[in-house]
Design a protein around this ligand. Structure first.
Ligand code: HEC
Length: 188
């Protein structure tokens, strides 16, 4: 047994470090009930630490689910109205429509559409390495939240002749939510 453990393959070590965060979260959860029998201040401290671990897990793509991290909530709160009141979970859901053609993660580069990292505040038609239509390059737009809204409301009408093969999002609330999701996530 001893020899076997001494020769733990590197793969197992890598796996262990990958699940480290969730293991840590479990440990914190296991600690919490114990704390209820201790002094109230101890309990509060333990709960706070449990929450912070939970938030870290929520921020991880694989474990994210619909949970919104504290960091995202804070970024959301700084957006102008009506975006600061958006439903980020619904925004994430709506973003699935865009994901077929756009990535919001810088390292994933351009797909059928240009990469969306840093989209908010960017001049239209300027993402490096993407072949835009002449219409998009000449549109003179800058992607602030309201401009993105107008584009998603009517992609063909807002930038005549652009090549995004997407009908848009007619529902105002869904547009608000997906734009807030983009605003919060395009800066990470
Ligand atoms: C079927 C593929 C496809 C889908 C789906 C799609 N897009 Fe696009 N998008 C494109 C293409 C292609 C372009 C480039 C248009 C051009 O050059 O004329 C583009 C351009 C854009 C631009 C301009 C970016 C820039 O760098 O100037 C924005 C903003 C945008 N899309 C937002 C969205 C959002 C938000 C969604 C989802 C709600 C979405 N798109 C869904 C293909 C798509």
């Amino acid at each position: 047994m001893r020899t076997k453990f001494n020769n733990l393959p590197l793969l197992a070590i890598a796996t262990l470090s990958l699940i480290g965060l969730s293991a840590c979260s479990k440990k914190e959860e296991a600690k919490a009930p114990e704390a209820t029998t201790e002094a109230a201040s101890m309990h509060a401290a333990d709960t706070a630490s449990t929450n912070s671990v939970a938030n870290e897990v929520a921020a991880m793509p694989a474990a994210a689910g619909d949970a919104i991290s504290e960091e995202d909530k804070e970024a959301l709160g700084k957006l102008p109205a009506p975006y600061k009141d958006a439903d980020l979970a619904n925004g994430k859901k709506q973003f699935a429509l865009c994901k077929a053609c756009h990535s919001i993660v810088a390292s994933e580069g351009n797909k059928v559409g240009p990469n969306m990292h840093g989209l908010v505040g960017r001049k239209a038609g300027t993402e490096a390495g993407f072949t835009y239509s002449d219409a998009m390059k000449a549109s003179g737009k800058t992607w602030d939240l309201a401009t993105i809204d107008s584009y998603l409301k009517d992609p063909k009408g807002f930038v005549a002749g652009n090549k995004m093969a997407f009908a848009g999002i007619p529902n105002e609330k869904n547009r608000r939510d997906v734009i807030a999701y983009i605003a919060v996530n395009s800066k990470k």
